[in-house]
Design a protein around this ligand. Structure first.
Ligand code: ZN
Length: 293
């Protein structure tokens, strides 16, 4: 009897608080990491930040590392203060404690989002590559893991030798949903036209515990590898959730309503395991891109 009464008391005190949070009093804390990238991170981080904030779901902080070649010992973001960490970083290895903190954070249930060239980073950091599933450049080759392509209705791992990461010329390309039941892709049109971007192909990595949700065809006419390449995917790492998109070379590509919706949904899923963000009215169709200005 005492136990039941106690539980009722606890419920009575917790339930109103929970409803209060659902009203939007408490947003999900997100952290963007940048500071080094062969891409224009100074221009793209504000786009990522305002996109996430525009959803009303997130408060967004930014942790900027010192420039390439400088001492990173004091660069140590407090990952565990956040529900999701978004990497816009492609650069020097971090200190051992900072790298271990990211591993512990994701393994313990933290969310991680990988955008475009963030998957070029840390080719020689095994746990990072396990977290991101696939990556390009950064010395990656057959020792990094297989290529993964969608062939004849299924995903095929190809361990043949060769470098990791390439792309043809920038162009509009279709993103084709291969798993429409996942919260991130649910209710998306089966195919949608992404605004002019680099289409990463020949990515390779451990590709373990990975769920590929959408692909894009790397057309040889555009200089691509000629395969259906993973374009939206997730990785389970310990208790943590990783959302990864190779899209997002620059500001123009990030203004795509399809990219932005995918980013918001992917970040929400990485943070909570759920998606509450609907597909917006300005979402691209199979034939027509949609940019936000
Ligand atoms: Zn790029």
């Amino acid at each position: 009897m005492f136990r039941i009464a106690f539980r009722a008391l606890v419920l009575a005190s917790i339930v109103p608080l929970t409803f209060g949070l659902a009203d939007g009093a408490e947003k999900l804390k997100a952290l963007i990491v940048d500071g080094q990238n062969n891409h224009d991170w100074k221009a793209t981080t504000p786009v990522l930040k305002s996109c996430l904030e525009s959803s009303g779901l997130f408060t967004v902080a930014v942790a900027t590392s010192p420039p390439a070649g400088q001492d990173l010992r004091n660069f140590h973001p407090s990952f565990s203060d956040y529900r999701v960490v978004i990497s816009n970083y492609n650069g020097d290895r971090w200190s051992k404690p900072a790298e271990q903190a990211l591993i512990d954070y994701v393994r313990g249930g933290g969310g991680l989002v990988i955008v475009h060239a963030a998957n070029n980073s840390f080719g020689d950091w095994p746990e990072y590559n396990a977290m991101i599933g696939l990556g390009g450049w950064g010395g990656r080759n057959e020792k990094s893991g297989p290529y993964v392509r969608f062939i004849d209705g299924k995903f095929v791992r190809d361990a043949s030798p060769g470098g990791g990461g390439s792309h043809g010329s920038q162009h509009d390309f279709q993103v084709v949903v291969r798993d429409g039941e996942h919260p991130i892709t649910k209710d998306m049109p089966p195919a949608w036209l992404h605004v002019k971007d680099e289409l990463y192909d020949r990515l390779r990595g451990p590709a373990e515990n990975m769920t590929i949700l959408a692909t894009s065809y790397s057309d040889p006419k555009q200089g691509g590898a000629g395969y259906h390449e993973p374009m939206i995917f997730t990785v389970d790492f310990g208790k943590g959730r990783v959302f990864h998109t190779p899209m997002g070379h620059g500001v123009e590509a990030m203004r795509c309503a399809g990219f932005q919706t995918t980013l918001i949904r992917g970040a929400e899923w990485a943070a909570t395991g759920k998606v509450t963000t609907p597909i917006p009215a300005d979402f691209p169709t199979a034939e027509k891109t949609s940019s936000r200005r």
